[in-house]
Unconditional design. Structure first.
Length: 78
């Protein structure tokens, strides 16, 4: 049988998902600025603002690793 996922692996995976979501929001803000013909300074500001918004969204919307599916010490089926 397969054992439950360790807490360390669960937390590490969730951390990478959160980082990916923040980068996705930040880079999409920069790409929208590029498509609109913004100057390089405004593109940098757009990416920074997108990263801040993405960080805020992830902090507000994404739960902790234990809140998603708490791991237990027992096996699911034996």
């Amino acid at each position: 049988m397969v054992d439950p996922i360790p807490d360390e692996d669960r937390a590490r995976t969730l951390r990478w998902v959160k980082v990916g979501a923040v980068l996705l929001v930040g880079l999409s803000a920069g790409l929208i600025a590029v498509q609109g013909g913004a100057s390089p300074d405004m593109i940098a500001v757009s990416v920074a603002a997108g990263l801040l918004v993405g960080g805020t969204l992830v902090r507000y919307l994404a739960p902790d690793a234990d809140a998603i599916a708490p791991a237990t010490e027992r096996r699911y089926r034996e």
